[in-house]
Each structure stands twice: as C-alpha cells, then as structure tokens.
Design a protein around this ligand. Structure first.
Ligand code: FA5
Length: 347
C-alpha cells in the first residue's frame, strides 16, 4: 500500500514537469488534486489498509497531498510570472518606432591627416611613394651620410632586429644594400630607395610609420608617423623649400600661418633647418617645431649615383602626429594610440 503512494508521487511530479500552460495545469489539478482525482482515490484506499499500517499510510498520504498542492501553487506562480514578463515586453516593443541610426566607424585621425597631406602635396605636384618599415643600415644610415660611428646609430636609440643584433657578423644575411636589419627610424630611407630606382627630376612625398625606443610622454611615442618630401631638379634652391613648406602650412593650419626655418644639422642635408609654424595653441600665438629639412647633401647624391654637379634638391621630414595634434588641439600623443572610441569619435 505504501508503494502505491510512492508511485503516485512519481507519476504526479512527472506530469507537472510536462505542464507548459495554464490549460495543462488545470488538467493536472483535476487529475491529481480534484474532488475525483488520484489523491482522493488514494484516501479511499484507507479502509483496505491493515490496521497496523493505517497510521503511517495516513501520514504519508497527507504529506503527499501537501507536497503536490505546494508544487501546483509553485507551477501556477511561475506560469503567471512568465506571462506577465511576456506581456510587459510586448508593451515596450513598438515596431513602428524608427530605429537608432547605425553608428558607422570612421578613419583614425592619423589616417585622416595623412589623406589630407597627400592631397595638399598632390596639388603641389608631389607624387606619393612608399617604402618598407623593415630596413637595412644602408638605407637608414649609410646612404644618408650617417657613418658607422655616428651616435644616431647607437643600438639604444634604434630597434635592430634580434636576429641581427649589433656586434654579430650578419654580413651574409644582409640584403638589398647590406647592413643590419632594423625598423626604420625615419622616413628619409624612402629618399634613398626612390633615388636608387628613379632618374631625376623627381618630386615625391612618402608617409608611414617609424620606430624609436623613445620613452612615452605627451609628445613622444615609440612608433609614430612621418611625412618625407624630396624634390630633385636642376637649380632647386632654399626659396623653393621655404615656399613649399609655407604653402603646406597655410593649407593645413590656415592662410595666416607663418613659417620659419631655424638653422640646424642633419647629416643628409646642407644647409639644414628645423621647420617651425606660428599658430595659436590656446595660450596665444606660439612657434612650434614640426620637423627637419634642408638642401640634399652632395654626399647623398653620390651614394645613389646622381651627379651633384648637375642636380640640386631639397628634403623635409615632419612628424604627422605633431601636425594632427596641432590641427585638432590634442595635447597628449598617447590618446592617438590608446584607441578609446569615445576619444576617436570626436574627430
Ligand atoms: C628626422 O627624422 C629627419 N629624418 C627629418 C629630415 C628629413 C631632416 C629630411 C632633413 C631632411 P627628427 O629626428 O627631428 O628628424 O624627427 C622629425 C620629426 O619627427 C620631429 O620634429 C617630430 O615632429 C617627430 N618626432 C620625432 N621623434 C618623435 C617621437 N618619439 N614621437 C612623435 N614624434 C616624433
């Protein structure tokens, strides 16, 4: 007899698990808990239970009745909950509401600046050329008149490749001109690559990444971008250089922008200068350095096989981050590379 109670419990719980809606729940109630239901039938068996088992049969049957009633109430509650959730979702969902405009990505501010520079120099007749970021010492130093003992070649100031660390004999692995392999530290490498392949006259700009183990601060990063310009022809003078840089600065920073060239030194130009622009940085007008420039040194022409008696030229190399920062009033170069979309979306 006690076994009948266990069987009924198993059967009822399985039936309740199948219940998915209120109609099925009502069927369950009628079948198991109703006036003519299975529990009532069970109680009706009491009269046939032997006297010594009546007490425990009664206790177990009552416990089952209570457990099934509780399970029924719980199932009813959970059906009500999911029904009210569904109906409140339905109330919130307005299929006629116009959707939010999709948020499109945009070009990074450095890419935008490079596109603008390509256009400005394109209008002045400069062709766009590219060169590799992985370089050798000939293109990064030697042909640029930077001899082996020059401090600019210090391993601490350059990213040499680990497979070609200074001090090791890698002459066998050096290619396309020789020397150790390194990440280029300046885009002046492209001057050499272009002149090796092209006969003058030529007028080119090249933009891309360069690498230096500089400590990161508001104006320095270990990877940054430069724009390199090179103009070679007969009778090119400092006036041409000055005019080109002035036109570039006025196109990018506004027509009132002033430019000055301050004497400086680069091994690959003679004379050499630093280029400054006078712009308002929020604290009044100030002179700000953008990069280096000068007349191509005859030693560089000789290194690429140009006759320095015939050809003259100017070159310049400017920091693109500096240009972008001044143009958009960005005070910390690191924001350009943290790539926080809240910052990038502003431009
Ligand atoms: C050069 O790299 C020369 N190749 C420029 C040149 C080309 C001179 C052609 C003459 C003829 P310099 O090391 O000064 O020069 O770097 C040029 C510019 O790059 C700097 O003025 C600055 O704007 C930018 N720059 C340099 N180091 C960093 C850095 N760590 N982070 C961001 N920008 C930098």
């Amino acid at each position: 007899m006690l076994e009948r109670i266990n069987q009924l419990e198993t059967q009822a719980r399985e039936a309740l698990q199948q219940v998915k809606d209120s109609a099925a729940l009502e069927q369950f109630r009628i079948r198991y808990l109703g006036a003519k239901g299975a529990l009532k039938d069970l109680m009706g068996l009491m009269k046939d239970v032997p006297a010594d088992q009546k007490r425990s049969f009664g206790q177990k049957a009552n416990a089952l009745k209570q457990a099934l009633n509780e399970a029924f109430e719980a199932a009813k509650d959970s059906l009500n909950d999911s029904r009210s959730q569904a109906s409140s979702l339905k109330a919130q969902l307005d299929l006629t509401e116009p959707p939010l405009p999709p948020r499109l990505g945009r070009r990074h501010i450095i890419t935008q600046t490079m596109d603008e520079l390509a256009e400005v120099f394109g209008r002045m007749g400069f062709d766009l050329v590219t060169g590799p970021e992985l370089e050798d010492e000939r293109h990064n130093f030697e042909a640029l008149n930077i001899p082996p003992q020059h401090p600019a070649r210090d391993p601490l100031d350059n990213y040499y490749l680990a497979t070609a660390a200074p001090g090791r004999d890698v002459s066998a692995s050096a290619s396309s001109g020789g020397g150790l392999r390194m990440l280029r530290s300046q885009t002046s490498t492209v001057q050499i690559r272009v002149m090796e392949k092209t006969q003058p006259p030529l007028r080119v700009v090249s933009m891309g990444r360069v690498y230096r183990p500089d400590e990161h601060d508001a104006t320095h990063y270990s990877m940054f971008h430069q724009i390199e310009g090179l103009y070679v022809d007969r009778g090119v003078s400092l006036v041409d250089l000055n005019t080109t840089l002035l036109q570039f600065a006025q196109a990018v920073f506004g027509p009132q922008t002033q430019v000055k060239l301050v004497p400086s030194y680069f091994p690959f130009t003679e004379p050499s200068a630093e280029m400054y622009v006078r712009i308002d940085l929020g604290k009044g007008m100030q002179w700000m350095e953008l990069g280096g420039c000068g007349m191509v040194d005859p030693a560089v022409f000789e290194a690429v096989g140009y006759d320095p008696e015939v050809w003259t030229g100017f070159a310049f190399g400017l920091g693109i981050e500096r240009i972008a920062m001044r143009r958009h009033n960005i005070t910390d170069i690191r924001w350009l590379f943290e790539n926080d979309v809240r910052f990038l979306r502003r431009f």
